[in-house]
Design a protein around this ligand. Structure first.
Ligand code: PRP
Length: 180
């Protein structure tokens, strides 16, 4: 039987909704970190679109950096193996580190990143995620700032991919009929 091609479902969150949420969270972050030396770290690649929205709404003297931590295994589920394929350049020592995620799913990536960054002696580490999928969590990871909570469906768009595609969709949606 021929493989069924995946299709994009309904819009879950529009660009407008996401940007409004970025504004709210940006204001909250600006307040919470007042007077501190903040470094916002974008987790490539999925977070780039949300990251760009969010940092424009943070009113602080801050810097940015990038990390790429990929979990690998099957296409749709995290395998539990994570590796850093591109590390930050900045010295995180004594800095207030804010990790910006697109989605926290099992929490494996986040747990790994936090462990690694802690070794570098930051003042604090917090997490801001656009999407949270708590039903899939396999550890105790809880983001400090959450844009939206989603059900256990295969999310794409606004940075999130399936097989590196759909990242460019200007909204958050989901796939139906995608192979496992
Ligand atoms: C995705 C996403 C998160 C992680 C969440 O990254 O960006 O970092 O998975 O899953 P977890 O909570 O189960 O660890 P992915 O490794 O797919 O890389 P990408 O951002 O380049 O798409």
């Amino acid at each position: 039987m021929a493989k069924k091609k995946e299709t994009v479902g309904e819009i879950l969150f529009t660009e407008d909704q996401i940007r409004r949420r970025a504004k709210e969270l940006g204001a909250q972050i600006s307040k919470d970190y007042e007077g501190e030396e903040l470094i916002a770290i974008c987790t490539l690649r999925g977070s780039v679109v949300w990251f760009a929205d969010l940092i424009k709404n943070i009113d602080l003297d801050m810097s940015i950096d990038f990390v790429s931590a990929s979990s690998y295994g099957s296409a749709q589920t995290s395998s539990g193996f994570v590796k850093i394929t591109l590390d930050t350049e900045a010295n995180l020592y004594n800095k207030s580190v804010l990790i910006i995620e697109d989605i926290v799913d099992t929490g494996t990536t986040l747990q790994y990143l936090i462990e690694k960054f802690k070794e570098r002696g930051p003042k604090s580490i917090k997490v801001c995620t656009m999407l949270d999928k708590p039903s899939r969590r396999t550890n105790g990871m809880v983001a400090d700032y959450i844009g939206f909570t989603v059900d256990d469906i295969f999310i794409v768009g606004y940075g999130l991919d399936y097989d590196q595609r759909y990242r460019n969709l200007p909204y958050v949606s989901y796939l139906t009929g995608a192979p496992d």
